[in-house]
Design a protein around this ligand. Structure first.
Ligand SMILES: Cc1cc2nc3c(=O)[nH]c(=O)nc-3n(C[C@H](O)[C@H](O)[C@H](O)COP(=O)(O)O)c2cc1C
Length: 412
């Protein structure tokens, strides 16, 4: 996951990042840097052992803030440092967490800046262990982890892989990018969409012609995956129904991967019950071959005569369901248009009973399929038209989710 710009979820949030004495400590510098770039105020705390692997100066340089060590605990400069740090924190992360620190915090031991702060903090805690597989497998380590989970601490990782000792097994520090996904999940939990169910459809469908060929489109899934992440950032329970995409789904989303328009229709209709918001960002095929050849078509047999039929109108079927039982409470459609953008999008909005439509002009090189940016116009059911400037797909998602929250408020 790349975080190219400030993310509203992180803006002004105070994150304590405790780093302990593992070889993986150097990876925490990347994490601290990404969190800072995303807009968080990152306060770094290093154990004595952590400083054998990486210096406070590294963290000071990437966060622009002083990094604290045990020496600061006893200094007269700050007024009871650990209490001050703990009091205003939104999240305490210990990453990497050694077996030693896990044991200490599991038992309430408080003999270092990190462990005292962990005891004083009332905010959610996220711990990412890293150690040799033998250390991780030890019943005592496992029992410490169970104790922490029982107390509501989120344990993230470790993962399988090669460790610095040469051992291969379970104990490797989770990659910072993935850890970031877990941090977003933890930070967003009590956001404005807490307790609400959101379905996002994303990426393009493929309609098979024969055993190896299909009719596809070039949708990458970038916009849909960004929308799913933005909904998770706001505390929603997200189901991501995805066509073919190589992207990693956001941490915390329930993912349903599929290929064809028919499969997408089935998945959407099955899940739409009791769903608050449906965001239909997938590029669903409009046509599919009537006949799918089981074997690969032979070139020597000449140009095949491929007859097409229309695929299901998923949003149309959703609109019928919505009329019958009220679910989803709110539908948002996406229209990729190459001409008459606003008129075509408005017609779709009315026909499909949508609350909002996000229209993008795919005739422009910097908008639409595959690229990271989009130039969209938001049209709502009240007739409001909001033309947005060129933005990243991540930024578009933020704006769309803000609008969704406003629209939900009007329904209450
Ligand atoms: C080279 C080296 C690498 C180490 N790597 C780890 C590690 O990955 N995980 C771990 O739990 N302990 C590791 N240790 C042991 C810890 O550094 C040691 O238990 C230390 O007391 C931890 O202190 P802290 O938890 O306060 O940082 C390592 C020790 C050395 C010398």
């Amino acid at each position: 996951m790349t975080l190219p710009q400030t993310i509203p979820l992180f803006k002004g949030r105070r994150i304590l990042l405790g780093i302990t004495g593992s070889i993986a400590a150097y990876k925490a510098a990347d994490l601290a840097s990404k969190l800072t770039q995303a807009g968080a105020q990152v306060e770094v705390l290093l154990s004595e052992a952590a400083q054998k692997f990486i210096s406070p100066l590294t963290f000071q340089s990437v966060t622009g803030r002083r990094a604290y060590t045990d020496k600061d605990l006893w200094s007269t400069e700050a007024h009871i440092l650990h209490v001050g740090l703990a009091e205003y924190a939104d999240l305490l992360i210990i990453a990497p967490a050694t077996a030693n620190t896990l044991a200490k915090i599991a038992h309430g031991q408080a003999d270092s800046l990190i462990t005292i702060t962990a005891l004083a903090a009332k905010c959610p805690m996220l711990v990412a262990p890293a150690m040799d597989a033998n250390m991780f497998e030890q019943p005592v380590t496992q029992s410490n982890i169970e104790t922490l989970i029982g107390r509501g601490v989120a344990i993230v990782g470790p993962v399988e892989g090669r460790m610095a000792s040469g051992q291969i097994g379970l104990g490797r520090f989770i990659e910072p990018d993935e850890l970031l996904g877990h941090i977003r999940l933890a930070l967003g939990r009590h956001g404005p969409l807490e307790g609400l169910r959101v379905i996002v459809t994303a990426a393009g469908t493929q309609e098979p012609i024969d055993s190896v060929r299909s009719i596809a489109n070039s949708s990458s899934g970038k916009q849909g995956y960004a929308l799913a992440q933005a909904a998770i950032d706001r505390g929603a329970e997200v189901t991501l129904i995805s066509g073919v995409s190589h992207l990693s789904p956001p941490i915390g989303a329930e993912v349903i991967s599929l290929r064809t328009a028919a499969e997408m229709q089935q998945a959407v209709l099955e899940h739409v019950e009791k769903t608050d918001v449906l965001l239909m960002a997938a590029a669903v095929a409009d046509f599919r071959p009537i006949k799918v050849h089981v074997e690969k078509l032979k070139k020597s047999k000449g140009i095949p005569d491929i007859k097409l039929e229309p695929t299901e109108d998923i949003l149309g079927l959703v609109a019928q369901k919505q009329e019958a039982n009220g679910w989803p409470r709110l539908s948002v459609g996406f229209a990729a248009e190459s001409e008459n953008l606003v008129d075509n999008a408005r017609a779709k909005l009315e026909e499909k009973n949508l609350s909002l439509i996000v229209a993008n002009d795919i005739s422009l090189p910097d908008a639409g399929f595959e690229v990271d940016t989009n130039r969209v116009t938001l049209i709502d059911s009240e007739g409001g038209v909001q033309e947005l400037p060129l933005m990243s797909k991540v930024e578009v998602s933020e704006v769309v989710l803000q609008r969704v929250i406003q629209l939900l408020e009007t329904l209450e």
